[in-house]
Design a protein around this ligand. Structure first.
Ligand SMILES: C[S@@+](CC[C@H](N)C(=O)[O-])C[C@H]1O[C@@H](n2cnc3c(N)ncnc32)[C@H](O)[C@@H]1O
Length: 252
């Protein structure tokens, strides 16, 4: 990925709501690794686990795919004939993601569609669905329906992976974790002013849930096996599995 430095919030005087427009797309590769702790590690872990839930002949969806990092990591792990579909509603992202896939000669495995996560996926078509840093951008009122649609799109035995920025229920720890996160951003070259401007810009756009709220969404949609598999401060990743036909869910 060509890494153009993220300087979106270095000079911006009036802060407006964050958008995944052409300006952001240009610097997105740099922005994401400098803004999300353990980004590469979580992507690789999702790809590893996707490999064990993948059912040959089914589809893999990467919802809110941006530049298709999750799709690319999965394509490296999954069989040659796998079919990965990345979906994003930012036209600029879709154009860049397609260029990236083309450059990596992965067109035979990954297809990028311009569309909304809110639209339902074909029923019983998938064995793996990934929402990496995407659910947090969906209006809360729409989240349950989306997770239910994903559940319906999965074959028994299939899995959903969700990576999110989270809130802590405990206000003291919430503040402490956010301070640690800002220190992480500072160590990656973001000034305190840039971090503040970005926070204001994201305020009405990125709405994090707590771990229990995310787990509740997954449980209410019908998922049978649910757990976090990663947490660093105010970031967590979840896996939710639809049980196989005839499987008994045994609690330890
Ligand atoms: C932080 S980025 C996701 C990053 C990417 N999944 C990754 O891990 O590198 C969020 C993406 O979700 C997309 N998005 C937000 N709302 C969407 C919606 N309703 N439908 C489709 N894409 C959406 C944005 O355009 C953006 O590209």
């Amino acid at each position: 990925m060509k890494l153009e430095k993220d300087n979106i919030f270095t000079t911006q005087d009036s802060v407006r709501d964050f958008q995944f427009d052409g300006k952001v797309v240009k610097v997105f590769g740099d922005m994401i690794v400098r803004s999300v702790p353990f980004y590469d590690h979580v992507q690789s872990t999702i790809a590893e686990m996707a490999n064990s839930f993948y059912i040959p002949g089914t589809k893999i969806y990467d919802l809110g795919c941006s530049l298709a990092e999750s799709s690319i990591k999965m394509a490296e792990k999954l069989p040659e004939d796998c079919e990965i579909i990345g979906i994003d509603n930012s036209e600029a992202m879709v154009i860049s993601a397609r260029e990236r896939i083309e450059g990596l000669k992965l067109n035979h495995k990954i297809r990028i569609q311009h569309g909304s996560i809110v639209d339902s996926l074909p029923k019983d078509s998938a064995s793996v669905v990934v929402m990496s840093l995407a659910l947090q951008f969906i209006r809360p009122i729409q989240r349950q329906k989306i997770i239910e649609n994903i559940y319906k799109s999965l074959k028994p035995g299939g899995a959903l992976f969700v990576f999110e920025k989270i809130l802590l229920e405990d206000s003291l720890l919430n503040r402490t974790f956010i301070d640690q996160y800002y220190a992480f951003k500072e160590s990656n070259g973001y000034s305190a002013e840039e971090t503040l401007r970005k926070r204001l810009s994201l305020e009405n756009v990125l709405i994090p849930y707590t771990i229990p709220e995310n787990i509740n969404l997954l449980e209410c949609a019908g998922f049978d096996h649910i757990s976090t598999f990663f947490q660093w401060m105010n970031f967590a990743a979840f896996v939710a599995v639809k049980k196989k036909e005839g499987e008994q869910n045994v609690k330890i």
